[in-house]
Design a protein around this ligand. Sequence first.
Ligand code: HPA
Length: 276
Amino acid sequence: MPDTNIMTMIDEAAAFIRGRIESAPEIAVILGSGLGPLAKEIEGACVIPYGEIPHFKASTVAGHAGELIAGTIGGRRLLVMNGRFHFYEGHPMEIVTLPVRVFARLGIKDLIVTNAAGGIKDSLKPGTLMLISDHLSFMCPSPLNGPNLDEFGPRFKDMTDIYTPALRELAHAAADRLGIALDDGVYCYFRGPQYETPAEIRAVKLLGADAAGMSTVPEAITARHCGMRILGISLITNKAAGLGASQLSHEEVGETARQSEQNFVKLVRNIINDWN
Ligand code: HPA
């Protein structure tokens, strides 16, 4: 992927989307594995399959729909990615994070990123929700590698409080009001697509990881580079490798996501209602 092209690609995708939606969205939402049901909550939905958007890739992962949806929840104008691009699908990081650059180009200043993750911290049982307080990106090739895109942000970007404290407070307030348990935790990125080994999970636990997953971090780093506010929510679908009784499978992840999606949808809907 020639770096010189990336700005053109971002602008082509942004121009296409701008031409298809009625009004400028305020908040972007990226939905992870099995979290698509939030899309049903969107009012006045305008659905654009990724295949129609220049430089967007068709999703290759079960549980990822592959469509961009513009519409509102609680009067907030949203642009929702129902399915995301992963590094393990073979996309370069520039493509994995291209949608976030496009969001920034469309004037969006706030991003909600969601994912399914394996729980490492004891309290993070399958079916529970975790509010991402910080992340470990050691295994993540930096999406900011290569020539800096000065249009978006500086070469050396600070990552302190990457998950915006004010939005985390808002999320906790919504969870308390709804009686939904919402644990804070550190999300650790793994490249996948293989699940982690028990030794890898033990190692990152020592380093402060509370949950493990294969997404979110590239998008969060890129959004931060663009100066966006970020809220991250993980649905814990399984105990991480070596911590549960059974072996891990994408089917188990999908099944737990299906059983627990109601709380996730309720929480995110309320967070968006309260957004400020
Ligand atoms: N590891 C990595 N990614 C995941 C997991 C996991 O245990 N569960 C859901 N996505």
